[in-house]
Design a protein. Sequence first.
Length: 345
Amino acid sequence: MHALTMTRRSLLALTVAFGAFALAGCGGGGGNSSNASSNDRTAGENANANDAGSDQLVVGFSQIGAESAWRTAETKSIRGEAEERGIDCRMADGANDQANQIRSLRTFISQGVDAIILAPVVKTGWDPVLREIKEAGIPVVLVDRGIETSDPSLYATLVAADFVEEGRQAAHWLVKTTGGNATIVELQGTTGSDPAIDRSRGFREVIAQHPDMRIIRAQDGDFRRENGKRILETILKAEQPGTITAVYAHNDDMALGAIRAIEEAGLKPGVDVHVVSIDGIRDAIESVANGKLGCSIECSPLLGPLAFDAVEKLVKGEAVEPRTVVPYQVFEREKAAAELPERQY
Ligand code: AHR
């Protein structure tokens, strides 16, 4: 048993949560609570798995959901890394709902996990539950998205990309490609989420410097491919033909949906409408290589190694950096074609 958590565990040994929220082992089970495998556990069944005195590290992972290919890749990375390190990682899929995530965090407290990895769906509203976690002496590693808090000591570290810079990079590409003249639709990520806020901010900061670049529509597509398609279909029908010349999507899935809508409207993506997005998922890299998606700014979801490096340090009582910035890459056609055979996600 890890020294740091011994007292907490013995204190929590009698606490059993009988919440109905399903938790799936990170090393097995499905991407969400409805399709999880027989490795699934309920909170009641699994409270204090280390009570038997095992040395195995137990980590609760509160995942947002499975809204995009990016997120599926992130889940896989975290599960895979836990398995490799012999960590008992319990994943709770929040189905894109903060209330579900908060419930699962409380379940992790009652189970006396050694650490918690949290991918927060939205930016605000975490302080009360994070305070409870802190009082229980459990370190928190935030992955992929940041939060707004009145007390930064409520979490140990954040491992995530610089979303503002990603937005800026997307805008620079669009300015370069359109010669600084475009009528843009912005497909936004989940309202209130860190990437939706910051990707919009970075993009708009650059676009504002170009008077002939105009964002005429901005809509929340919740990072989902089907929403990207539906929103663009509606906009293309509503606007005069030829009005929309560019689409900026906060993630690749929405961009790929938009490309489908553009083609179904009889237009050519990359010619009639330029599309730029963020993530760098395999389907997007392929689309860039084929000249449909103009550019994808990579935001790596392979966060498992960095997240568990931090977890392992924290449970040993070692210091961690408060922030690790995951670097981006810009994929245009030539680079995408070269990357395709190697693409991991
Ligand atoms: O937080 C990262 C974002 O969330 C990804 O860009 C998007 O695809 C995902 O759903």
